[in-house]
Design a protein around this ligand. Structure first.
Ligand code: FES
Ligand SMILES: [Fe+2]
Length: 393
């Protein structure tokens, strides 16, 4: 299958009604040429979530990140504005970080220094110093800077658009904003963060994140006793995100239901004030297209940051955010430890199935499967993918 065939196939597949829905062609998850196409027209063309404001508290705070081959860094400036700067030095193109994103970024005296010839930059990217350049005729420092990459902050999450073509994030996520507003996500603190190297396609991760049919499989002992697969349901499609509800109707969720009914804090972190009672008794699960994975619960938000790398590889950071008041609650340290373990345990269950899926997709025996009605979120994700691709046929 060439790129055009894969593209036509995805568009045709997404047109099938839910009761006829099937999986995408396996090549959409394994073919490098297709990944390159998708990276250009889906990922760089969309809004990718890179960080949360609580990760950049003070002026001079930085968060480096390699995104689709672009070395970038999130920086809070002296003016308190968060910018996304290219890490590519305008002198001889060195990455400002010798070891890439993993090394972190040292800011001394509000100045970023390139390790190669020590050109220095202000936190907004302007060139401050360039040693021994007096012999370069017409060299004007004001003309040289680190590129500012288009970014936007949505409810405290910092998004990047790598090709300047995405619609304004505010407009794109307008309906999403209305749903998420009660959680006051911009006021939350990111307290758990774990990195994962993933041997699977980015869409395998997104599809696994957004459907809960698999609670009966890998999560049969962890999540299913709280949120049984058969009770999950999905909001009607919209043009920007998928929204699935995971009601806590299971046997093990009885204490949570009682706490909500009586207004007691219950287990876990402190409940977030203002979350409507009808939203408290469920996990509210979202994918903001293309790959912003967010879960909103009574006492926390879970956010998965995705960095697609190649057809069969991505990096993932699994995080949890809680209210500031939670940090002061009695027993916070024990709660944090228990909830970190909970996030780790159920994510390991997902890692194993995702790797198993990728091995299957690579096989010559991979077939086009049919979807359950419980996989409506996957069907909706495919429709968003197809709608975006239809513009590039
Ligand atoms: S490459 Fe950055 S100073 Fe030379
Ligand atoms: Fe899962």
């Amino acid at each position: 299958m060439n790129i055009l065939d894969i593209s036509k196939d995805i568009i045709a597949t997404a047109q099938r009604p839910l009761d006829q829905a099937q999986t995408l062609p396996p090549q959409a998850y394994t073919d490098e040429a297709w990944f390159t196409h998708e990276a250009e027209h889906i990922l760089r063309a969309g809004w990718l979530c890179a960080g949360h404001v609580s990760q950049l508290k003070q002026p001079g705070a930085t968060l480096p990140l390699d995104l689709l081959g672009e070395p970038v860094m999130l920086v809070r400036g002296n003016d308190d504005v968060i910018r996304v700067l290219s890490r590519v030095c305008p002198h001889r193109a060195s990455d400002l970080l010798l070891g890439g994103e993993a090394t972190g970024c040292h800011v001394a005296g509000s100045v970023l220094t390139c390790p190669y010839h020590h050109w220095t930059f202000a936190l907004d990217g302007k060139l401050m110093g360039a040693p021994h350049m007096q012999g370069a005729v017409d060299f004007n420092k004001a003309e040289w800077k680190l590129n500012n990459i288009r970014s936007a902050v949505w409810e405290g999450f910092i998004f990047v658009n790598l090709n300047d073509e995405a619609p304004p994030l505010e407009t794109y996520f307008a309906d999403f904003t209305a749903i998420a507003a009660p959680w006051q996500l911009a006021e939350m603190e990111l307290v758990i963060s774990m990195d994962w190297d993933c041997a699977f396609n980015w869409k395998v991760m997104v599809e696994n994140w957004i459907e809960s049919y698999h609670h009966i499989g890998p999560h049969s002992k962890t999540l299913n006793p709280y949120m049984p697969a058969q009770d999950t349901w999905t909001e009607p499609p919209n043009g920007a995100f998928v929204y699935a509800h995971l009601p806590m109707t299971g046997r093990d969720a009885a204490p949570v239901r009682e706490a909500i009914a009586s207004g007691a804090p219950g287990t876990g972190f402190l409940p977030i004030p203002g979350v409507p009672v009808e939203r408290q008794g469920e996990w509210n699960l979202f994918v903001g297209f293309p790959c912003f994975m967010l879960l909103l619960a009574r006492d926390r938000a879970i956010w998965y940051r995705l960095q697609p790398i190649s057809a069969e590889r991505c990096r993932l950071t699994t995080t949890t955010l809680v209210s500031r008041a939670s940090l002061q609650a009695p027993g916070y340290a024990q709660t944090l430890e228990a909830e970190t373990k909970m996030l780790f345990d159920f994510h390991v269950e997902d890692m194993q199935v995702n790797e198993a899926v990728q091995r299957g997709l690579r096989s010559r025996h991979a077939v086009r499967g049919r979807l359950s009605q419980l996989e409506e979120p996957v069907w909706q994700f495919h429709r968003l993918l197809a709608a975006q691709m239809a513009d590039f046929r």
